[in-house]
Design a protein around this ligand. Structure first.
Ligand code: AHR
Length: 613
């Protein structure tokens, strides 16, 4: 029985409780949410990003063409350009199987070109079966200038190519093709199906731009020549302004990131979906396996100033230096930034905290209303975690970011994780979590855990499943919430579960208690309610019976407990009329051999909860 006292008052739940964690991982930005269809549009791919890359990755050349890096470049941040010979052409292969176009829809093409003697460019959309739209021609003459054309697709194809042919010699850069139909019709906008899926969650906040990519790599900025070819930590100033003037960078996850989806677009998207923007800036102590902390005070101070400038970019008046840049990009109204994270998963808690405190002091002195979020390192427990929490607690930090990726069993057994957190200490931002899989049982275990987050909503203020997006052909991390390729996207079970919670955020917890024996029935394939999580840690007795009441398995764990140890992956199914577990990870020994009498597929699983759990 579940006992509810409607007069009792539990924790208040904020509207911003559940949000999304966006990281440019798994090609979540270029080739994903960012709607650009041309890959490597400014010829900046390099072996520094990925050893298989060249500046012509994703391009095919017909005739003569070479990538040049010299003083004739488009601008200082866009180092390379393409020198295309007379009567030559280049063709871009887009992402996944190619460029996706849909019959009847409009596509906007643009290119920066320089041809002092003049030339005619012929732009074609095509696939192996022929043209996908009527070809366009543009005449180019003079120094660098932007040229545009638009197409209406005559056929749908996911295997398209964008070809640019030139009658005479020409320099090209920033070759771009966008669907006009972006989310909310924004220029330089977002892919509609993916943005709509995120919007449908009704997230309370959007955390961006990561993740490990925030905090790793060189801490220098782009303007230093020695860093043009190196991995740089993600610095927001690289990502704003006209796209052809934005830097590209080696992404922590092993590819090139264009920054076409940059800070302005993150703020705009957050606003478009009614979510609180929550940026995370580098703390100059690298995490994610790269344990380094800067001792360069001048560099640290520059990053602190960059963070103050970021707040001005988001919230400052149009008369301020950075507020003016926001207004010029199209948004005179402030974005209303209230929360900001400093650092991500540092393994060096003392080094991190010393630097975090400098960021915090500078931000609080100038912007006392901003909540500055610290973190507890990469683990859910242990020495780093304990040290980080101790430092955060002693310094009375507002909020601490926790991350963990654990088994479904862990999530079920740790529902009470926050019951014992200090009510007077820092609040918790559960910035990244997921049980290890996209199966129903994973979603179920996360849902169970989230009831514990809500019960503790006085302490746990923000929570986001991670990661959000994965292009199925470029996966660095799995599971993920939303999957896609160049023409389709689909939700995981975890997405549907998050949506359920996010679309139904309560105002206040009504305390409840439960008594009795949980019982779950269901077909025995995949996850069967208790069957996947009836572990020795949480249960005294487990019984599996067929529909006619015959006992198929039972154990009180007093004897051979190992028989029921079930800590990893594995799916259950019926084979030859028998109940077996397949795809079993080494540590699973759920079903003993020799139970050959099982014949009924309709099983009932019963477990008695251990007292006190
Ligand atoms: O979400 C994927 C990665 O997991 C993030 O980049 C990092 O913060 C964590 O380790």
């Amino acid at each position: 029985a579940i006992n509810v006292d409607p007069t009792a008052k539990g924790a208040k739940i904020d509207d911003t409780m559940y949000g999304v964690f966006f990281e440019d991982i798994n090609r979540a930005a270029d080739g994903g949410l960012y709607a650009e269809l041309v890959q490597n549009r400014s010829f900046e791919y390099s072996t520094a990003d990925n050893r298989t890359y060249t500046p012509l990755t994703s391009w095919a050349v017909d005739g003569s063409a070479q990538v040049v890096n010299d003083a004739g470049r488009l601008n200082e941040r866009n180092r390379n350009y393409l020198s295309l010979g007379a009567a030559s052409a280049v063709t871009n292969a887009g992402y996944n199987t190619g460029v996706r176009v849909e019959e009847g829809k409009t596509y906007d093409f643009s290119v920066w070109a320089r041809a002092v003697a003049g030339t005619t460019l012929t732009i074609t959309l095509k696939d192996a079966d022929g043209t996908l739209a009527e070809a366009r021609q543009v005449d180019v003459k003079g120094g660098w200038a932007k040229y545009k054309a638009h197409f209406t697709a005559t056929r749908t194809s996911s295997n398209g190519r964008v070809a640019v042919a030139s009658s005479d010699a020409v320099a090209l850069d920033e070759v771009s093709l966008f669907p006009r139909d972006t989310y909310k019709g924004r220029k330089n906008g977002l892919r509609k199906d993916l943005a709509e899926k995120i919007a449908a969650l009704k997230p309370g906040f959007v955390r961006f731009p990561g993740g490990c990519l925030v905090n790793t790599g060189s801490m220098q900025d782009y303007s230093e020549a020695s860093n043009w070819e190196r991995k740089r930590s993600y610095q927001w100033k690289d990502t704003i302004g006209p796209v052809e003037q934005r830097a590209t960078n080696a992404n922590f996850w092993g590819y090139n990131q264009s920054y076409g989806l940059g800070y302005y677009e993150y703020f705009q998207f957050s606003e478009d979906i009614g979510a609180m923007p929550l940026p995370v800036v580098p703390a100059l102590v690298t995490g994610c396996g790269q344990n380094r902390a800067t001792d360069d005070e001048a560099l640290l101070q520059r990053h602190i100033q960059d963070t103050l400038d970021l707040i001005e970019f988001a919230n400052g008046p149009v008369t301020s230096e950075w507020g003016k840049k926001r207004a010029r990009m199209g948004h005179p109204k402030p974005f209303g930034l209230t929360h900001l994270g400093v650092g991500n998963e540092e393994n060096l808690p003392n080094e991190f905290f010393a630097r975090f405190q400098k960021f915090r002091a500078a931000i609080e002195a100038k912007y006392p209303d901003i909540t500055v979020i610290s973190n507890s390192g990469p683990d859910d427990a242990g020495t780093t975690f304990d040290t980080a929490w101790k430092l955060n607690r002693e310094a009375n930090v507002d909020m601490v970011d926790e991350h963990y990726y654990n088994s479904p069993q862990w999530f079920l057994q740790n529902n009470d994780r926050y019951d014992s957190y200090d009510r007077n200490g820092p609040k918790v931002f559960l910035g990244e979590y997921a049980s290890q899989g996209n199966a129903f049982k994973n979603a179920l275990s996360e849902a169970a855990f989230m009831t514990g987050l809500e019960r503790n909503a006085d302490i746990v203020k923000l929570a986001s499943y991670a990661p959000l997006l994965a292009n199925e052909d470029y996966v660095q991390w799995s599971p993920d919430m939303i999957w896609f390729n160049n023409h389709a996207s689909w939700n995981s079970a975890n997405y549907e579960m998050q949506k359920l919670f996010m679309n139904n955020v309560g105002d206040r917890v009504v305390p409840s208690t439960a008594t009795g024996t949980p019982a779950v029935t269901g077909p025995i394939s995949g996850a069967v309610g208790l069957s996947t999580w009836a572990t020795t840690a949480a249960y005294d007795d487990v019984k599996v019976t067929s529909a006619d009441g015959t006992t198929l398995l039972s154990d009180d764990f007093s004897g051979d407990a190992s028989k029921w140890t079930h800590t990893g992956r594995g799916s259950w199914s019926v084979q030859d009329g028998q109940y077996v577990q397949t795809d079993v990870a080494a540590e699973n020994t759920m079903v003993s051999a020799g139970d050959t009498s099982w014949h009924d597929y309709d099983l009932k699983v019963k477990a008695t909860k251990k007292s006190g759990k």
